[in-house]
Design a protein around this ligand. Structure first.
Ligand SMILES: Nc1ncnc2c1ncn2[C@@H]1O[C@H](COP(=O)(O)OP(=O)(O)OP(=O)(O)O)[C@@H](O)[C@H]1O
Ligand SMILES: [Mg+2]
Length: 288
């Protein structure tokens, strides 16, 4: 390993592939319509919200106009970006139609170019209310269509379930990014998730594509973390993104500060990893 430079071999990244330098995205001369991406995995605690927050902030840092949708009644994305989610219009009001214009629910964040539609515990009642609606799977798509032209990318932070809300998110999306934590049972449930995405592609949303799997909470010091990552690459090949997010307490710390890591600790390796993820997704064409 130490003499890779002398031997001329490319340095290998954690996914066992040569490290690619993804270029800094060129500035955009105009904005919109947005590409909509769901961050989705029905397994809890794998880094969906952390990835939504920090990918959104990284893309905004590259001059993209970003709207992050909190689509989890826990409201963790709203809290993590320091956005008020109580006594304000939320995504729940937009889904139920009590607020018609999504702009009434959009809040700006401290990050230039990053806006949020918040959620709170009300959203846990949405599935019950929507179950008898006409075209109940397409309600979020209809909401987002109204603001799509104002943004380059819309990221949806899904809740850990494959229920009607997540089906709405996937039906509204052009792409899906699946965060996978490098720990025991990482792959458990992923087959069901991919099957669900395939069904949605067949029945509701023919354009949806897999934008990639992002490995999170990777600890290079443990053999276990490396074994899990090797297995993910073996199963998913190029669908496993080259960027890997390391495990660090900086993430919980940044959540407490209600800031993305890219502003809380911009020089930290984890902030750089999310900047790289943004560049990789632009290089792959998942984001303009
Ligand atoms: N790379 C990381 N290193 C260390 N801790 C992390 C990392 N990513 C996320 N965390 C922490 O792990 C916990 C779960 O992360 P997160 O909330 O992003 O997952 P999630 O998939 O959105 O969870 P849920 O399914 O409950 O919505 C949080 O406390 C978060 O701060
Ligand atoms: Mg979450």
């Amino acid at each position: 390993m130490a003499n890779t430079e002398q031997s001329g071999a490319a340095a290998m990244g954690p996914t066992g592939r040569p490290i690619t330098e993804f270029p800094v995205p060129a500035p955009l001369s105009s904005h919109g319509p947005a590409r909509i991406i769901s961050l989705c995995n029905q397994k809890g605690g794998v880094g969906k919200t952390t990835t939504s927050i920090n990918l959104a902030a990284a893309l905004a840092a590259y001059g993209r106009r970003v709207l992050a949708i909190d689509f989890d009644p826990q409201g963790a994305l709203s809290a993590g970006l320091g956005v008020n989610s109580h006594d304000v219009p939320t995504i729940y009001d937009l889904l139920l139609g009590s607020v018609k214009d999504p702009r009434e629910a959009i809040q700006h964040t401290e990050v230039d170019g990053l806006d949020v539609i918040p959620a709170n515990i009300d959203l846990s009642a949405a599935e019950v209310h929507l179950i008898n609606e006409v075209a109940r799977e397409q309600i979020l798509a209809g909401v987002l269509r109204k603001v799509s032209d104002d943004y380059d990318v819309i990221l949806i932070d899904c809740q850990p379930s494959l229920g009607l809300l997540t089906v709405n998110a996937l039906t509204a999306s052009h792409g899906v990014v699946i965060p996978l934590a490098c720990e025991f049972f990482a792959l458990r449930g992923v087959a069901l998730l991919i099957e669900t995405i395939e069904k949605i592609k067949d029945r509701l949303n023919p354009v949806i594509t897999m934008d990639g799997i992002i490995a999170t909470m990777f600890d290079s010091r443990t053999l276990h973390s490396r074994e899990v990552l090797d297995r993910v690459v073996e199963v998913f090949g190029d669908q496993c993104l080259e960027t890997v997010i390391g495990r660090t307490v900086k993430f919980p710390d940044a959540s407490v500060a209600a800031k993305p890591i890219t502003t809380f600790a911009p020089d930290h390796a984890a902030a750089k990893a999310y900047m790289q993820l943004a560049r990789e997704l632009v290089a792959r064409g998942a984001v303009a």
